[in-house]
Design a protein. Structure first.
Lengths: 401, 401
């Protein structure tokens, strides 16, 4: 294997993971647990919504034309015909010059086409003074105005938000068809790694990546399955990789930080399947491996936690998106002015951590091994491969995290 | 009770919920489950990180001064002294004119102060040709450069991100002190409500709010506890409210949409505790109730799902933030140009749903009862009480959701 990685552009790496990732099969979950999951089918309205024309205010059901020209000084005077109770029809239609008290959500009586808010009326004996005119359909929700029976209310592939859960409740979708959460095997390799519960000796570091990767995949709708720390031992790595491939839908390998560890990982993946890519033109994150073990996608990540995180955001996210049927919580983009120059090397995508505040993006030029800048930053600027960097004051797109 | 609500400004409503909400006590969770939780104590580094000066590249450990002026055409020539193995010290210091091969993560040997990337070198017999100069500390991570022992790495009140989990792993925080998730009781009232599994008859609507509120509070780090649908029955409501107050840390009541239901809710809350506010100058969402049952905060929400959602975002969020010890996932703000005028009434905060795309915000002037605009929108524009609206083309702040 050559010493220098044969690096490919980020776009090629993304294309490779798209070829590897397949959507999980569907399962059904109760509506109360559906928020954040991804729809595996279109969901359609089972009824017209609303199923009847209803008031959206407490007030008086009227014929709008009866209120034309009404105002504080010249109120319209309408005959009060009674109160409509929730869920019940009026006992008679609204004839010209008449009105009914109607609660919010009440069934609009026949003849009426609008509701005057109670605040704009005043009782006057058996009459109601209307001090503001209303237009046709004002303060009412018409039959089937929200959703029509049979209409797709939410499409397949939608990641369900809080509001979407409300839509599903409205259309009676108590059991929600969603994509099964993929199981992602996580293997940490590296002779220098010790468990989080141990105090590292000189030359050792704690296994940060298992936790970062687990939290990331969980946030993207997957189930992390950890296989512990594998030291420089090809047989152990081989065994862990086989077990993960038999139990999981994809495998993420936190690469040992050294070239020897990475070469070992690439060699074992090649033997059990195929290495498609070894080396991506991304900084940080160059020693990324993309391959498969049998048919199970396997991605080797760099050893530095900060570099790992960038590769998760820039590349692995697309794999998890394909598998969950959705691109996951799409990173939010904002634009901000750069507080200082960002130099970059042509031919390589640079991801620079930044702190964005009040429209100003301040780059944190931490070395890729630093965790503190990763935790302090709230986003990244991507410098495309064809650019030599950005100048101070330039408006740049920021992916927030 | 007066027919017209005595409305207060949104700021006063927020101040009231801040007075009601107290932070939950702490508990400890395993690091693997800590993402998204809120720290209940400052977390400090238990060791210096890194615990030793290490290389961040595969390459050669050198004295930077030995490489001064080195380039492709005039390489520096250094004597190769051997390979440093991961986790092990070099067997001798680096003297002037010497170098060691060092893997990423390897312990920088005494005497060396920088690493030349392997790509910038070439073996030449027993010598190494260095074709690029390096500066002092280049490609190394110094002892304690990331975190110093005893330093606060993450503060109390921090909502833990994926990256933060990495920081906690690095400082050996295997058991994480977090705020207990508050239990939020949810009661749906309204004569017109039927369960999601039923097909509504004329005059009925499905209980959308229980699901929207549950999903919202879960997304804000709380545990929803639902108490079902209470019809127009004061005794049942009274019993449900008592049970919720004894079992939960706060109560959210999805108010019946009619004034009668709301008055009933306010009366029962007043009898069991206190009604602080009944009516907020917010649209949609005016008939909001803020009070307490005993010492348990109790908030009455409007019956319309879309109005409920706005009150959750604008007001309830602050209560949940106080209780979880953090303001939760802070809504992301972006600025965009308005595609059309937004008229508004002075003295009332208007929340208008918008679709933001490519820097343009298009208002969706759906009636507050519509779910489809809520699901289609990706944010809201807040029109402050003192404003009469915004004109087309104006740059406005959008809260994304």
């Amino acid at each position: 294997m050559s010493f220098f990685l044969s690096v490919v552009p980020v776009s090629e790496a993304i294309a490779a993971v798209h070829r590897l990732g397949n959507a999980m099969p569907a399962e059904t979950v109760p509506l109360a647990e559906a928020c954040g999951r991804v729809l595996s089918y279109d969901v359609r309205a089972d009824v017209n919504i609303p199923g009847f024309t209803r008031s959206v205010m407490d007030g008086y059901a009227v014929r709008a034309s009866d209120t034309t020209g009404a105002g504080e000084s010249v109120p319209a005077m309408l005959t009060f015909r009674g109160r409509i109770l929730m869920g019940q029809n009026a006992d008679q239609p609204v004839k010209p010059g008449e009105c009914f008290y109607i609660p919010t959500g009440g069934i609009l009586p026949e003849g009426a086409d609008a509701v005057v808010m109670a605040e704009n009326t005043e009782p006057f004996g058996d009459e109601i003074l209307v001090k503001r005119s209303v237009a046709h359909n004002e303060n009412v929700l018409r039959y089937d105005e929200d959703f029509k029976k049979g209409e797709v209310v939410l499409p397949c592939g939608r990641r369900l938000s809080v509001q979407d859960v409300g839509v599903l409740a409205a259309v009676g979708c108590a059991d929600v068809p969603v994509t099964r959460r993929p199981k992602i095997g996580i293997i940490s390799t590296g002779n220098e790694l010790v468990p989080v519960t141990e105090t590292p000796k000189i030359g050792q570091v704690r296994d940060v990546n298992s936790y970062v990767i687990s939290a990331f995949v969980r946030e993207h709708g997957c189930i992390p399955v950890t296989y512990g720390i594998i030291h420089d031992d090809r047989a152990s790595f081989d065994a862990a990789l086989s077990q993960a491939a038999s139990e999981c839908d994809a495998i993420l390998i936190s690469g040992g930080s050294s070239k020897d560890d990475r070469d070992m990982a690439a060699a074992v993946i090649a033997q059990k399947g195929e290495v498609l890519i070894h080396g991506v033109a991304i900084a940080p994150g160059k020693p990324t491996i993309i391959g498969r073990v049998g048919t199970v996608p396997a991605i080797g990540l760099p050893g530095h936690p900060a570099a790992t995180f960038i590769v998760l955001v820039a590349i692995v996210r697309h794999l998890l998106g394909d598998m969950t049927g959705n691109s996951g919580p799409e990173p939010v983009k904002v634009t901000a002015k750069l507080a200082m120059n960002i130099p970059s090397t042509k031919g390589r995508e640079d991801y620079i951590r930044v702190v964005v505040k009040d429209g100003i993006a301040t780059p944190l030029f931490g070395k890729s091994g630093l965790l503190n800048t990763l935790a302090k930053s709230n986003g990244i600027v991507r410098v495309p491969a064809e650019s030599e960097g950005f100048e101070t004051g330039r408006e740049v797109d920021i992916l927030l995290w």
